[in-house]
Every structure is written in structure tokens, then in C-alpha cells.
Write a protein of this length. Sequence first.
Length: 221
Amino acid sequence: MSELFELPRERAEVAPGAVHVPGWLSPAEQRRLVAACRAWATGPVPLRHTRLPGGGVMSVRSVGLGWHWQPYRYSRTADDVNGAGVAEFPEWLGDLGRRAVADAYGDARAGAGYAPDAGLVNFYDGDARMGMHQDREERSSAPVVSFSIGDRCVFRFGNPQGRGRPYTDVELRSGDLFVFGGPSRFAYHGVPKVLPGTGDPATGLAAGRLNVTLRVTGLTA
Ligand SMILES: O=C(O)CCC(=O)C(=O)O
Ligand SMILES: [Fe+2]
């Protein structure tokens, strides 16, 4: 069906403290993020499939900013990849995060006080997905900010008690913002499906889905 007949996509509070803001990133901001991710993907730590303790590898390819994430801790160096120090978390990305929190919650003060120090860049090709998990390696309950670019996906957002129901399936499209904090900060969430071929190459991403999450680690040193 043509986009013409689709309902407008509205800001929605999917769970308490979990807010979806469709089309939040401008086309220029999406292009800037894609270009930045392209550079981060090459190093100092390359975009790679994270190895899991059980021996498997994640289908998503990832790289960290500010801090390196590996199951299940943060470090400054990518000891499970090439030992290199992670790329710096840029100030402009923190600024984008502050605006995102302010807009998602309609709370300028919450936005101004948001100080993310870690970014996680995730790239999904057509077959990649992410199982239900909590973001819980952070020692802070500040919100997680998530930006999506490229192919659409089904984002499953649940509850802090466990992987199962209740959850809500949200379609995240290029430019969408999702912020989860407050009572939903430690809610389980995942990406059961990416919808290949639904992105717009004008973003600079010809195929696949890019997701960038910002976090406050609460860690020092
Ligand atoms: O790709 C997404 O939308 C979610 C990514 C995510 O949950 C994570 O990186 O922890
Ligand atoms: Fe997550």
C-alpha cells in the first residue's frame, strides 16, 4: 500500500518512561550519523560480530564509542577484539542525546542533565536480529537513547521482570528516536526482525539497518 494511505506515526509512550518519537532525526542528521558510523566501523576497533561466552557470535555487528562493550562488561580497550582503545565519544553526539531526552520526555531539565559517555553502534544486515535482553552493564539509571537509520525493523519492548509478555512490538524506521528510562530503564527489549529493502539510500546507507544507542555508564577510569 502506498505511504499516502498510512496513518500518521505519532509519538507514543510504549511503557512508562519508554517513548517512541517517529522521524525525529532530520535527513541531514541521519546522513551525518551514517558518515560517522562508517568512520567508526573502520577502527581503532572494527565493527565486528561480538563473541558470546557460550561460543556463539551475535548476528549484529557492533562497535563502541567511549567505552567498549563485551558480554557482560564495559572496558576502555577492546580486549576481545584487537586490544585497541575505543574511539572517543564525541561531544556532538552527547548534544544530540540531550536534545533527544528533552524532546522525548518534554522535559528541558532532564535533557540538559543527560551526560552519556558510551555509544554502541549496531549494524544489522537482512538476517541479523537481537534477542531479548536488558541493558544492565551500566551503573546508572539514566535513560538509554536509541537512534535508528536505514531499514525498518520490529523493535520488541517489554518489561523489567522478564523476557516474556507483556511487550509491545514497535516498527522503528529511519530517523526514529526511542528513549527508555525511569521504570522502563531495565526493561527487556530486542529486535526480532529487520525488514530488508525498506531504507532510503539517500541516508548514505544503501542496505541494512543502523542503530546507535547512547548510555550513561556511571563508570570512571
Ligand atoms: O537495535 C536496536 O534497536 C536495539 C539495540 C540494543 O538493544 C542494544 O544495543 O542494546
Ligand atoms: Fe539493548
